[in-house]
Write a protein that binds this ligand. Structure first.
Ligand SMILES: O=P(O)(O)OC[C@H]1O[C@H](O)[C@H](O)[C@@H](O)[C@@H]1O
Length: 317
């Protein structure tokens, strides 16, 4: 693009535009041409592109672009509930709320934002939310795009309530893949998981890396902090690094469920896979004044880069 990193103005590379509902969205760009878009609606990352302009996140061609519904794709935020495991609406309310730009967020300890395009968003408990979830909170999200194209999301939830509360959480990450039957996940083998297709019963993953030949809706428990999603056909690997997010939800609706979702194409299950850094089995508990941080970093590398260099535990394979 004719810019060198040394003179690249990261502030100027952060642009506010409008999304399909006329709602502000933030465009983040890097000198080499990677980009990401974040809508203030739900703080949903709706696009992440590499330096060649190729989209890396899935969005359904049938997605319904009508607030307050979250669109089918990108990275919706599930908070303060994942799935239907509580009294709230599926995946909680944060993905359906309007977030604000946080002009002056409290500093993020140990986080170096130099050389990154980033935006800070904030969601505070509203009176309406207090009716169904009576806890005052502040939820801050930083979305940062590094010069090498890595996308980082840092969530901070603070209890500003007089009493403790607990919540579950997920970055519901819709990865765009070439063909689901060519995909395998490394890093979850031998773990225990809760299977949503069997009333959340607990099983132990057997054998090798995870591959896909039917519907999958699972929560892998106490997972390592680095997971790789290998796309054999594209010869590239999504690397998911996480902190404060012990669980990994894995979802592909496959053929039958795809047909039952109005905002999802019948064949689109072949091009997507949700792999979510999450806190589900043991919800986060915060005392008054306490704060929780959950960090997710997404990268794409050529498949030849894996797995030893990523430090994945290959023992037993
Ligand atoms: O349709 P949504 O509310 O966005 O949920 C989509 C999916 O999210 C998660 O992966 C759940 O485990 C699935 O059971 C659910 O179908």
């Amino acid at each position: 693009m004719g810019h060198s990193a040394a003179v690249w103005d990261y502030r100027a590379a952060t642009e506010i535009t409008k999304d399909w509902n006329g709602i502000d969205q933030v465009l983040l760009r890097t000198p080499r041409g990677s980009s990401a878009r974040v809508s203030l609606h739900g703080a949903q990352v709706t696009s992440w592109r590499n330096e060649h302009g190729e989209e890396l996140l899935f969005t359904s061609s049938k997605a319904i672009f009508k607030a307050p519904k979250a669109i089918r794709g990108g990275i919706p935020m599930c908070f303060p509930q994942f799935g239907n495991c509580g009294s709230l609406e599926q995946h909680g309310f944060a993905r359906n709320r309007m977030w604000a730009i946080d002009e002056n967020p409290p500093p993020l300890p140990g986080n170096d934002s130099s050389g990154k395009s980033f935006i800070d968003l904030v969601l505070k408990s509203s009176e309406e939310d207090m009716k169904c979830w009576p806890h005052s909170f502040e939820f801050r999200l930083r979305v940062a795009l590094a010069a090498d194209g890595d996308l980082t999301l840092i969530s901070r939830v603070r209890n500003i309530n007089g009493k403790p509360f607990s919540f579950s959480f997920a970055y519901h990450t819709y990865l765009l893949v070439s063909d689901i039957s060519e995909i395998r996940i490394e890093g979850l083998e031998t773990l225990d998981y809760l299977d949503n297709l069997f009333k959340k019963e607990r099983f132990t993953e057997q054998g090798d890396a995870i591959t896909f030949e039917s519907e999958v809706d699972r929560v892998y428990l106490s997972s390592p902090n680095i997971i790789a999603v290998l796309d054999h056909e594209k010869k590239r690997t999504f690397v998911i690094r996480k902190e404060g997010l012990p669980d990994v939800a894995v979802w592909n609706p496959w053929e039958k469920k795809s047909k039952s979702m109005v905002d999802f194409g019948d064949e689109e299950y072949k091009q997507m896979l949700c792999v979510d850094g999450a806190v589900i089995e043991k919800p986060v508990s915060l005392k008054p004044g306490e704060e929780w941080t959950g960090r997710l970093q997404l990268s794409v590398v050529p498949s030849s880069f894996c797995s030893d260099r990523l430090g994945l535990d290959r023992s037993g394979l």
